[in-house]
Design a protein around this ligand. Structure first.
Ligand code: 3PG
Length: 207
């Protein structure tokens, strides 16, 4: 699945931090039952790769990817675990080459015009804009629309249910990312109903 198809699956990509792989399947099922299928599990915890593997094996309705990829080795480990896409907060030549080589659907992170141009030159016309709110958010995306007319973004960082519609209304935004669908406390309490409700509200946002 290419990046365009991936980001057309829904308006919001949840950015997920899993500390215990044992809850990964229930967490993924809660998101899927709320209408959110594309799940980004960040490689920020020891449990992340096992969580990706379990979701891939046991939640076939989900499209599970690995986030916070910073090295080629992490990308390879994510692919081994079954990740169907990868996301990075940035983009190094090593990561770009690894993504091309593996043919993993990859969203490189960019924060400036030059980074966006470099990632485009590396073959990535669809990019994660990160950290969106901190670097200019809506105003920045509006400024990029004309000079970088053939680029599309998934802004992430500081976005919530209230801010998301303003991003999604922009023509150069395909989807937004955010951690608000999977609050740490809800995961600790295994409050799957709350996570499903958050997913449902997110999945109903208009693109
Ligand atoms: C990310 O990890 O991609 C972002 O930190 C998510 O940002 P948020 O927690 O502000 O949604």
């Amino acid at each position: 699945m290419d990046a365009l198809t991936l980001l057309r699956q829904g308006p919001v990509v949840p950015v997920i931090i899993v500390n215990d792989a044992a809850i990964a399947v229930e967490l993924a099922q809660a998101l899927v039952s709320g209408g959110v299928r594309v799940l980004e599990v960040t490689l920020r915890t020891k449990a992340a790769l096992a969580a990706i593997r379990r979701i891939r094996d046991e939640v076939p309705q989900a499209i599970v990817g690995a986030g916070t990829l910073r090295t080629r080795a992490q990308m390879e480990a994510a692919i081994d675990a079954g990740a169907q896409f990868g996301v990075s907060p940035g983009c190094t030549p090593e990561l770009a080459a690894a993504a091309r080589h593996s043919q993993l659907t990859f969203l490189p992170g960019v924060a400036t015009v030059s980074e966006a141009m470099r990632a485009y030159d590396e073959g990535f016309a669809i990019q994660k804009l990160f950290p969106a709110e901190a670097i200019g958010g809506i105003a920045l995306l509006k400024s990029l629309a004309s000079p970088l007319a053939d680029l599309r973004f998934c802004p992430t960082g500081g976005i919530d249910l209230q801010k998301a519609p303003h991003y999604l209304a922009l023509p150069n935004v395909l989807a937004v990312g955010g951690s608000w669908l999977t609050p740490e406390q809800a995961i600790i309490e295994r409050d799957w109903a709350r996570i499903s409700a958050l997913a449902q509200a997110a999945s109903q946002l208009a693109v």
